[in-house]
Design a protein around this ligand. Structure first.
Ligand code: PRP
Length: 210
């Protein structure tokens, strides 16, 4: 049995579509109510629906052999897992954004509000820029509006959230997408099964690229 941690939400649904098309369907998955665990014994898969940011925890600790996590979470947390495949889903960008009229004179310490403390720190460290990190857990767009920070470092997908809050992208840090990850020890014990899943999923990812 291969245990797979799926991120709850829109991305998870699309990831499950991929697994279903690859032949790892599970009955009742579509109309699942509040149930969190699903299993298809014949196909040898068991799915858990977990909070997206918790996926690396389940995988790192080995209760899930495989999981799907955003590159943002992987870069931020640096979990001890293997990154096996770019699923090319949930594509977005990690960006710096500010109020339209913000002027950065480059001399002052920059106040940066973000959920991604490590990504933001590493980015500004490379530039030799002094920053004051303000760690938030959501709605970071509020910070520059209320004067809590000068800029934000956050994920931009469609750009709607920024536009609706009069913020603009000032720098792009890196592209983000969903990645298939595995527990390191479990990969050794279940290499054949995991490799088979990777190759079938890869076919579906390439099909989606066409
Ligand atoms: C993310 C991100 C932005 C928004 C960007 O938030 O933090 O707020 O999506 O998407 P857009 O460019 O398509 O508008 P999410 O909805 O994941 O919630 P969060 O604020 O709790 O992180």
């Amino acid at each position: 049995m291969i245990n797979i941690a799926l991120p709850k939400g829109r991305l998870g649904e699309r990831v499950y579509d991929l697994f279903e098309k690859a032949g790892f369907e599970c009955s009742d998955m579509r109309d699942r109510g509040r149930k969190l665990i699903f299993e298809n014994e014949d196909k040898g898969v068991r799915y858990f629906w977990v909070k997206p940011s918790d996926v690396p925890v389940y995988v790192e600790r080995g209760v899930a052999d495989l999981g799907i996590a955003g590159k943002d979470i992987l870069l931020e947390r640096k979990p001890e897992v293997y990154e096996l495949l770019d699923l090319k889903l949930g594509n977005c960008r990690m960006c710096v954004a500010a109020m339209e009229d913000f002027y950065d004179d480059g001399e002052k310490t920059l106040r940066v509000a973000t959920e991604f403390k490590n990504i933001a720190s590493a980015y500004y460290r490379k530039q030799g820029r002094d920053i004051d990190i303000i760690k938030l857990h959501g709605s970071v767009e509020l910070a520059p509006i209320l004067g809590l920070s000068d800029v934000i470092v956050d994920i931009v997908e469609t750009g709607t959230t920024l536009v609706e809050n009069n913020l603009v992208i000032t720098e792009e840090i890196l592209p983000i997408s969903a990645r298939l990850i595995s527990n390191k020890a479990n990969f050794k014990f279940k290499t054949a099964e995991i490799k088979r899943i990777i190759s079938l999923i890869k076919e579906q990812v390439e099909e989606g690229d066409k």
